[in-house]
Design a protein around this ligand. Structure first.
Ligand SMILES: [Zn+2]
Length: 175
């Protein structure tokens, strides 16, 4: 699979076939999709009014990519720090990663996973991702008691937040 950066370059290349650009935006989501693949795609389509026929609004794909990249930039330092930690652990003979959150080892993919692709936060990806990172960094986050994304206290263990659709703790596998 090509890299996120290679896919992103093709999304920005307005000289390419519009369908190719759309496919490449979807391919970016295999590398980084904060709500999970389908919910992130639906969120971007809705926010940036990506039409079925891209020729009607070619810039919509670039606007969606801008939002996705802004969220990815927030997690890049964390993903790099986790990779460095894993290298140290392997050097010390520890093969099983010690990680607090499952999404650490996936480069923060599905950091605010929404199991229902039609129910996801209204706010932009960078806002939501920033909130999850902040809550985790502060150590005050108790995702069972309060939703890290919207602050709702209407919580049930292992259920998605009824207010914003995010499942605390993310999904158990990356795809
Ligand atoms: Zn919520």
């Amino acid at each position: 699979m090509t890299s996120f950066a290679a896919c992103a370059r093709q999304v920005r290349d307005l000289s390419l076939d519009q369908r190719v650009r759309k496919v490449q935006l979807r391919n970016c989501l295999f590398h980084f999709a904060p709500f999970g693949f389908r919910a992130t795609w639906n969120s971007l389509v809705s926010t940036h009014r990506i039409p079925d026929h891209i020729a009607a609004h070619p810039a919509s794909l670039v606007h969606a990519l801008d939002e996705l990249e802004a969220a990815r930039a927030l997690v890049a330092p964390r993903a790099a720090a986790f990779a460095a930690l894993r290298r140290r652990q392997k050097r010390d003979g520890r093969r099983v990663p010690m990680t607090l959150h499952p999404w650490d080892s996936w480069g923060c993919h599905a950091i605010a996973y929404c199991p229902d692709p039609q129910r996801y936060p209204d706010e932009s990806l960078p806002v939501v991702v920033g909130r999850v990172l902040e809550a985790c960094a502060s150590g005050a986050a108790d995702p069972v008691a309060v939703c890290m994304v919207c602050g709702s206290k209407d919580r049930r263990p292992r259920r998605a937040c009824p207010n914003c659709g995010v499942l605390p703790g993310g999904r158990s596998d990356p795809i």
